[in-house]
Design a protein around this ligand. Structure first.
Ligand SMILES: CC(C)(COP(=O)(O)OP(=O)(O)OC[C@H]1O[C@@H](n2cnc3c(N)ncnc32)[C@H](O)[C@@H]1OP(=O)(O)O)[C@@H](O)C(=O)NCCC(=O)NCCS
Length: 189
């Protein structure tokens, strides 16, 4: 597997670093941003531990979430983070997740990041399938996935006990051949 460093027009997707801590904690401590995330609102100590746990993790390890910083090329600060997990039993299947800092939302950064990641997985590497599971109430994530062309494949009903109540989730996915027919030109190379 190639090292993960993705360049898009405005962003660099690269390993998280301890120098990202202040920016990372800023949005990861916001209850609106973390509303649908299992990790919840992070204290500064938890944010530090979170980044610490990422040090040394490499792209290509099956069954392990690896978190990456999304750096704004102009400011050289992170404006969010994203995560990729390769399936334990088949590393041609990946699961992804993304978080954008609240002041930076709705500027197209999540879409730009996701297209960069999908290009890396499908075009540069040889992935077959990329999936994401989202809370049915997480409208921003659903819109993001649908605007990229992910297909809704499943609806799990009250499958997760989260924040004191049963929640339901959709599973979205994109296959390599769907990516190729939607994005025939190579992106960001
Ligand atoms: C989901 C999230 C990553 C979207 O980030 P973003 O940078 O604001 O998204 P973009 O600006 O790239 O928008 C992508 C598309 O989604 C739409 N969208 C984004 N936020 C939206 C919202 N709150 N309501 C409706 N549509 C929305 C945009 O209009 C755009 O659609 P278009 O391409 O058809 O115009 C961001 O809202 C977020 O970080 N949420 C909290 C974390 C989270 O729940 N992550 C998912 C679980 S891991």
């Amino acid at each position: 597997m190639k090292k993960l460093k993705i360049n898009t027009p405005r962003l660099i997707i690269r390993s998280l670093k301890m120098s990202d801590l202040l920016e990372f904690h800023f949005y990861r401590s916001n209850p609106q941003v973390t509303k649908y995330q299992g990790s919840g609102v992070l204290t500064m100590a938890q944010a530090k531990m979170f980044i610490d746990e990422q040090v040394g993790k490499k792209f290509g390890q099956p069954g392990q979430w690896v978190q990456y910083g999304i750096e704004n090329k102009q400011t050289e600060k992170i404006i969010g983070d994203c995560a990729i997990k390769l399936e334990q039993n088949d590393i041609r299947i990946a699961e992804i997740g993304i978080t954008i800092s609240h002041p930076e939302q709705q500027k197209g950064y999540a879409k730009e990041t996701m297209l960069g990641i999908l290009n890396f997985l499908f075009t540069i590497n040889d992935f077959h399938r990329v999936k994401e599971t989202v809370d049915v109430e997480n409208i921003a994530s659903i819109k993001l996935l649908e605007s990229i062309g992910f297909k809704k494949e499943g609806h799990f009903v009250e499958n997760i006990f989260f924040n004191g109540k049963w929640g339901s989730e959709y599973q979205y996915a994109m296959l390599r051949n769907e990516w190729e027919s939607l994005y025939s030109k190579k992106l960001y190379l």
